[in-house]
Design a protein around this ligand. Structure first.
Ligand code: SF4
Length: 702
């Protein structure tokens, strides 16, 4: 046959899925995306996972929104519409941008001026660019007049960031995952990188083939287990018991790094006293790990020349997520495993731009670069830069905003690229709350479950259609370039935010994302020495960066921590039970999460043909022994219920799950895992415990 002609053009960009931040090339032929290839970026070195390779059909999917939509007058907002896109769509009519934006602004102004700024809130997005995140929070803070601005980081690493800021003065990773190449030991806890950070997982696996020891700690079996020196399977929800027992061994056997602790760490005496009750033998029945294994792992970790610690949602998505992280940080600090090659603390970031969106200030209690809203100096600096007064009161977080909406306190919302009607815990309440709003403005690619409850839906641009920067889990700021035009009348998100700001009376004028980035470098010292031009040249620059031509610092805090004293702090973590323990009526522990093939609420990946074929529908995974006990076979439809609701889905046998535990991915609208989850929050990180609630599993009648 004829050989295919070479692709006409390759546009360098970044994968829009996970926080690994693989650099991709969008290969175009005749103006259409033909294939996606891995480029030689610092985080992927040419590699891609199945999402980065095959996850782009959503761009041209017939569901793409191409014109603004307005709710037809009198068409009721019904949470049931979230499940039925056709019925939802029938309640909207198409409108011009002029009419839609007029209505959008008028509704926000009406609420702001009649009820007050605190009745408004905004959800920005960790899937958008840094420039969008920055302008979005600036719009909410200066145009709406409130700090009620948050995004889905609240639902993933809020607890990690809280504990990291408290312990070492910075919420970002201290080393990239590629530091694994120089590590003697890798500790992976509460993370499933082979599914959720697949390309990062390849670097971890490589490190083990070079000789690094891998310790995997998780209640479930993981894809890394077969590369591990030691697999620690602990009881769900008992992270603190396990970690404190490890710390107990490190402290009582004097395995810690005396010199490092004396020179750089405070709080040893208080921690030592706190740990007195946490001997491995005492914790063994609580965390389910033999005392001998706890002691062995403690000695392995403390004895390693260089240990890199990586964690994920298993640690943070818990009502004691902050305590889980505190214990983990204490372990690394005690053993001096921060600040040298091959060491570090690395919370594996979920979305492609979780790090950047958080840095840019999509956080209700913090301005860009994590300056607290109550801090007068930070406020004065930004008021001067932005030319607008700022509210010192910290805003509400994601779940708090939904609860306030349910009570009728929040009346208007602007949601850009997020889907709380699928991603919030106890989502029946979240849907009712969204339906109750007087004014809901949603900006997205599709008529999402959240958009189904909107008053106005604005058609936005997808990542391969825009120019912008994103910051990955390694603190690498990377440039994405537009390869395609948004379809129909869909507009650039940045242009929509600016248009709305102007209609709210703000004097904004940004013609290009590079102008926004330039302002960000003024507002955010963390971006010093990183310019748009430099990113165009180099593709990726790590922050912090010491000079216009210097490479960014991959490993930070070699000499001092960014705290007032320069020293880190050990913070004791106490034992507490999960919010809801299994009982006779709800005997299972339900855990939720992602799968390799689908991204979060499925908006994009379920519209990507290959990915949808690989994982076409919702499943509940159970240990084969549990299936047998139920008299059920894999593939059979089961019903899973919690105190919040029930869903029906197909059974899957997974020997990696302990008996008594069930796993449901949260990507599927037809069996939304978050109908089941518990909305109770970690008191400090304000993150819900998506990883643990009590459930029952039943065969369907007939
Ligand atoms: Fe994209 Fe993450 Fe896969 Fe890389 S590992 S291709 S960033 S989803």
């Amino acid at each position: 046959g004829r050989r295919a002609a070479p692709p006409q053009r390759e546009v360098p960009s970044v994968c829009p899925y996970c926080g690994v931040g693989c650099q991709v090339g969008f290969r175009l032929r005749d103006g259409r995306l033909e294939e996606v290839v891995g480029r030689n970026g610092p985080a992927n070195q040419g590699r891609l996972c199945v999402k980065g390779r095959f996850g782009f059909d959503y761009l041209g999917h017939p569901d793409r929104l191409t014109r603004p939509l307005l709710r037809i007058e009198g068409a009721a907002k019904d949470p049931a519409d979230c499940l039925d896109p056709r019925r939802a769509r029938a309640k909207f009519r198409e409108a011009s941008w002029e009419e839609a934006m007029d209505r959008a602004a008028a509704g926000l102004l009406r609420i702001r001026d009649s009820i007050g700024p605190q009745a408004l809130a905004g959800f920005g997005s960790a899937k958008g660019s840094n420039e969008e995140a920055y302008l979005f929070q600036k719009l909410v803070r200066t145009g709406f007049g409130t700090n009620n601005v948050d995004h889905c980081t609240r639902l993933c690493h809020a607890a990690s960031v809280t504990a990291l800021l408290e312990g070492i003065g910075s919420g970002a990773v201290t080393a990239p995952f590629t530091a694994a190449a120089e590590a003697d030991l890798l500790l992976v806890i509460g993370a499933r990188p082979t599914e959720n950070h697949p390309v990062a997982a390849t670097f971890l696996k490589e490190a083990t083939t070079r000789g690094a020891k891998l310790v995997v700690m998780d209640p479930r079996g993981t894809g890394l287990d077969r590369f591990a020196e030691e697999v620690v399977r602990f009881l769900p929800g008992q992270d603190v018991a396990l970690l404190n027992a490890i710390l107990y061994v490190v402290v009582t056997e004097e395995l810690f790094d005396r010199q490092f602790v004396a020179a750089r760490v405070d709080g040893l005496d208080a921690l030592r006293a706190h740990l007195a009750g946490y001997a491995p033998e005492v914790m063994e029945p609580i965390c389910g790990v033999p005392a001998a294994q706890i002691r062995h792992v403690a000695r392995l970790y403390a004895g390693a020349g260089a240990a890199l610690t990586l964690w994920g949602m298993g640690i943070s998505q818990s009502i004691h997520g902050t305590d889980n992280t505190r214990a983990l940080i204490a372990l690394a600090l005690l053993c001096g495993q921060v600040g040298r090659p091959g060491t570090g603390l690395h919370p594996l970031r979920g979305q492609n731009n979780v790090q950047g969106a958080s840095d840019a200030g999509l956080i209700p209690m913090m301005f860009p670069d994590y300056h607290r809203t109550q801090d007068p100096a930070s406020r004065a600096f930004l008021e001067e830069l932005w030319g607008a007064p700022l509210d010192p009161t910290p805003g509400l977080t994601v779940v708090e905003i939904m609860q306030a909406a349910e009570r009728g306190v929040i009346r208007g919302m602007y949601v850009m690229g997020e889907n709380p009607a699928m991603s919030d815990p106890d989502v029946a309440h979240a849907r009712a709350a969204l339906a109750r709003l007087d004014h809901l403005l949603v900006q997205d690619l599709f008529l999402t479950e959240t958009a189904a409850l909107a008053d106005i839906v604005l058609p936005a641009s997808a990542w391969p259609e825009k120019n912008g920067t994103v910051t990955n889990t390694n603190r690498q700021v990377q440039l994405g370039r537009a390869a395609l035009q948004p379809p129909g009348e869909a507009r650039q998100d940045l242009a929509i935010i600016v248009d709305l700001a102007q209609r709210l009376g703000l004097d904004w004028d940004y013609a290009h994302p590079r102008e926004v980035f330039a302002e960000m470098t003024q507002a955010m010292p963390s971006l010093a020495n990183i310019t748009w031009e430099r990113l165009e040249r180099e593709g990726s620059v790590t922050y912090p960066c010491g000079g216009p031509d210097a490479p960014g610092l991959e490993i930070v805090f070699g000499d001092a921590f960014p705290t007032p004293t320069g020293r880190a702090r050990l913070v004791p973590a106490g034992l507490s039970n999960p919010a809801e323990l299994p009982d006779a009526a709800f005997p299972f522990v339900l855990t939720t999460g992602r799968e390799l093939e689908h991204w979060h609420t499925g908006t994009m990946t379920r519209r990507a043909l290959v990915l949808d074929r690989l994982e076409p529908g919702p499943t509940v995974s159970l240990n084969p022994a549990e299936l047998q006990r139920l008299g059920a076979t894999p593939g059979e439809r089961l019903r899973v219920e919690t105190r919040r609701g029930g869903v029906e889905l197909r059974a899957r046998a997974d020997p990696g799950l302990p008996e008594g535990m069930a796993f449901i991915p949260f990507a599927y609208r037809e069996a939304a895992a978050n109908l089941l989850t518990n909305p109770q929050l970690d008191p400090e990180g304000k993150i819900p415990g998506f990883k643990y609630c009590a459930a029952r599993v039943m065969r369907m009648a007939g």
